[in-house]
Design a protein around this ligand. Sequence first.
Ligand code: ASP
Length: 309
Amino acid sequence: MQTFSIAIHGGAGTLVKGMMTPDKEKDYKKALNNSLTKGYKILESGGTAIDAVEIAVRSLEDSHLFNAGKGSVFTADESHEMDASIMDGKTLNAGAVSLITGIRNPITLAKDVMEKSEHVFLAGDGAMQFAKQLNYSLEDETYFYDELRHQQWLEIKDTDNFQLDHSLKKDSKFGTVGAVACDKNGNIAAATSTGGMTNKKFGRVGDSPMIGAGNYANNKTCAVSCTGSGEFFIRGVVAYDVSCLMEYKDMNLEDAANEVINKRILEIGGDGGLIAVDKQGNISMPFNTEGMYRACKSSADKEEVSIYK
Ligand code: ASP
């Protein structure tokens, strides 16, 4: 019987045990669990992998705990610019948006680009015009505001620094989000959504909306969603690299994902992690940082919600 499964992440980084209060840890686990349950239910009732990853990511975007949708980090001019992408491993259809503002669920706009436009990737004003045409309502800045994110920005705002919402400081929050799933028909999909990096400017775009870099799905190999230092993940074409190792080198999911995260991306200086599934419903969640908010569940009785190594 076909195994169906889902994995999600809420970002990787300097997540050291003991840095967070037990209550906060509980909040994170609850948010991860909510997202996982929503996605898994879709799969259980016979829904598609693409719907499952969208629903799971929407749930994480709606939580202020993660750097996506509500709770996105601040740009250099004290606003929010969000990026998202989604890919269907069955058809290789994909949709992506970047530098969008005011959209509650960027992942749904990315899915609309995939399903309702002739294009794959819409950015900035153009993406906003497309959203307007589809009657998206826009939230004002207060919806996305998060006290801690604002604090992180205030600390570096007058510098040329831009940083992951991964920092060594106590109580730091992390958080690009993503989901990958394999449905009852053995079709797989991947979705990723982010606010990017604190204090980013010049229209900086990371790996998350880039098909092949931060997000990729192909029924032949795997579905992958990444989190980490975007500039390195773009140069390493990380998500596609995992797929290539499986396709051209005949590696299994676990070995391919590990090779990329614990060797190839480290060699060029990238830190982060990824979640991946294949069409047999296998799951892999490697990271080369201290921790990664992550969770997975499969019909083959695998279930996990964790943060640290
Ligand atoms: N990869 C994201 C970016 O560079 C950041 C993250 O994963 O938190 O935009």
